[in-house]
Design a protein around this ligand. Structure first.
Ligand code: SAH
Ligand code: SF4
Length: 354
């Protein structure tokens, strides 16, 4: 693995940090810009081959830094083109990333943690708890892997893979800044979306820090009683506090539209009354609602609602004037619920004694 512990992971540094590094070793700061373009725009991972850099800088970088590209340890491709990759990190821990084809644009779903501590009862990632946070360099390396494996330019990033991004705020913020730096990866802040289960204080921190990305919130229920049952985080940050933070975010960002995610669980949160309450909660809010029919996985007690229920729920929101999209998990046949490729691969390892 090309990521020894004593070496600084170069793909986790911002432009400002690269300038500082150049300054430290007595190289003109203009080279930081070249380095940034070479690594983050052209996805060059061989420092020795960046011949436009002075030899002194190249030697230093080769000796003291490394660019980490994860190993793809398993992959699955669905008929609709969705590709799931299992990526091995330097310590052997694995995370998933998903490449989603959509009207000519490639969207990549990024994991921010190995596992997750939030414990939502409908989520496969929750079952193993949290192993550790990912570093900014590791998140960047997911994009490198996506880019290399697809051979295409990734257009959109969604932080909706394994983990709760706001439980790993500093590394995620660093990643978002690297991804949106116009001199480097140059993702438009409008094309980077961070999804949270609703860590209210960290949402206010996003506002204060003017984090350059969109906000998506997993609301998933319309009463505190139900939300508490499916998302334990609701005990700490109930719906009223969450919606207040969402409204504060929209106001602070000059009416920036947010994404409201709502997992539809049969008989739990999919009634006509739920649809009415959801409209009330979202009253006057500039948002798009994403309905996510539950993606079943072995061992889960929840069920996906019938198509007729999904359609009725969608129609109820649409007729109340809400912008609503039913987001079928792309590539359902390749076990698209988050965390599932990882779980299946682990079971296979166990079966084969690997
Ligand atoms: N931790 C963050 C981001 C990762 S989860 C969050 O919770 O927002 C991304 C989305 O997948 C969330 O909206 C979550 O509610 C949804 N999700 C998780 N498990 C699901 C499942 N089995 N079926 C459908 N959606 C699911
Ligand atoms: Fe974590 Fe999101 Fe899964 Fe909840 S839905 S357990 S916050 S990854």
């Amino acid at each position: 693995m090309n990521h020894p512990a004593h070496k600084t992971p170069l793909n986790g540094l911002t432009y400002e940090q690269l300038v500082e590094l150049c300054h430290r070793i007595g190289v003109k700061p203009v080279h930081a810009e070249r380095l940034l373009a070479s690594i983050f725009r052209r996805y060059n991972t061989d420092i020795g081959a960046i011949t436009e850099l002075p030899a002194a800088l190249r030697n230093y970088l080769s000796e003291c830094t490394s660019i980490f590209v994860p190993e793809c340890t398993a992959s699955q491709q669905a008929a609709d083109g969705t590709q799931k990759l299992l990526l091995g990190m330097p310590d052997g821990k694995e995370v998933e990333t998903v490449l989603i084809q959509g009207s000519g644009r490639l969207t990549q779903c990024i994991s921010t943690q190995v596992g997750c501590a939030v414990g939502c009862t409908f989520c496969l990632t929750a079952t193993a708890g949290l192993t550790r946070n990912l570093s900014a360099a590791e998140m960047v390396s997911e994009v490198f892997a996506g880019q290399h494996i697809s051979g295409r330019k990734v257009r959109n990033l969604v932080l909706m893979g394994m983990g709760e991004p706001l439980h790993n705020y500093n590394a995620v913020a660093q990643f978002v800044r690297i991804a949106t730096d116009p001199k480097g990866m140059a993702f438009s802040p409008n094309r980077v979306t961070l999804s949270t289960s609703g860590l209210v204080p960290a949402m206010y921190r996003m506002i204060d820090d003017e984090l350059p990305c969109n906000l998506a919130v997993s609301l998933n229920a319309t009463t505190d009683a139900v939300r508490e049952r499916i998302m334990p985080i609701n005990r700490k940050y109930p719906i009223a506090a969450l919606m207040k933070a969402v409204r504060a975010y929209i106001t602070a960002r000059g009416n920036k539209r947010v994404l409201i995610e709502y997992v539809l669980l049969a008989g739990v949160n999919d009634s006509a009354d739920d649809a009415v309450r959801l409209c009330e909660l979202l009253d006057g809010l500039d948002c798009t609602v994403n309905l996510l029919p539950f993606n079943p996985f072995p061992g889960s007690d929840f069920k996906r609602p019938d198509d007729a229920i999904v359609t009725a729920f969608r129609s109820a929101l649409a007729s109340a004037g809400k912008v609503v999209v039913v987001r079928e998990s792309k590539g359902r046949e390749i076990s698209a619920a988050c965390g599932q490729l990882k779980t299946e691969t682990k079971q296979q390892h166990l079966r084969t004694g690997g």
